[in-house]
Design a protein around this ligand. Sequence first.
Ligand code: AMP
Ligand code: MN
Ligand code: MN
Ligand code: MN
Length: 276
Amino acid sequence: MLNCDLHCHSTCSDGLLSAADVARRAAANGVDMLALTDHDDLDGLPSARRAADELGMAFVNGVEISIEWEALQIHIVGLAFNSSDPVLNSGLAGVRSGRIERAQRMSIELAKVGIAGAFEGAMRYAANPNLISRAHFARYLVESGVCKDMRSVFESYLVPGRPGYVDHRWASLADSLAWIIGAGGVATVAHPGRYKLSRGDMRRFLGDFRDLGGQAIEVMSGSHTPEHVDLYGRLAREYGFLASRGSDFHGPGESYVDLGKLAPLPEGLKPVWLLF
Ligand code: AMP
Ligand code: MN
Ligand code: MN
Ligand code: MN
């Protein structure tokens, strides 16, 4: 089976390596086909594609769009779209705008529990300030000794009900799918195992996603347990979804799984990359 990694990040969003270095690391790790999927931003695609071309590795355009569904933040990965599509680009610009303001509000919330200078601290990690994300805040909280690692940050801070969390208006599910499909791409549910949804709500979400033209879900993801793989493999078959595989690599030493190092898709699933 091809070694495909269709979910990862560069410094264009909250990854630690440049887009070209992500492609080089993927090729060195034996990846046959890579999609770079920065949050809400397409700026890394040309340089990642150039580096992939030089190394003879197949490259697919990608993006991870932040959406809200019933007040929950969910991520939809778009794959193999036309990156100059104007509607997709203006939609993503709308999702990006507001991140700075949200970051300022997060910093005010953290100051209330005695953590000073979080906005400036997080900004130092954000190579692309328009894409300031909770991951940049998390790095600052680790650096300043508030938390011992990224995982404990997201247990005690920056999540609903914890200091530093603020509500934000993201794209709708319908908009994100319309942008991806309108640009000729394939919409994919990112890391479904990560969402705090009951079984019944997850089924309703997958039904809405399918009704709006969604075609694939990540079965193999860096944040999935073996139980998640089993469950989402079964749901992919039941709903007729193609299956995707993506490490969600953010950087060496920070991510659980390196580029191209996930186990293969379970038998009997239709890989999404057969479309590309
Ligand atoms: P944002 O898009 O600003 O809401 O930030 C979300 C980002 O925070 C994700 O893309 C991850 O990079 C990071 N993140 C969220 N939850 C976790 C977690 N439990 N462990 C590690 N990183 C996380
Ligand atoms: Mn991220
Ligand atoms: Mn995500
Ligand atoms: Mn991701």
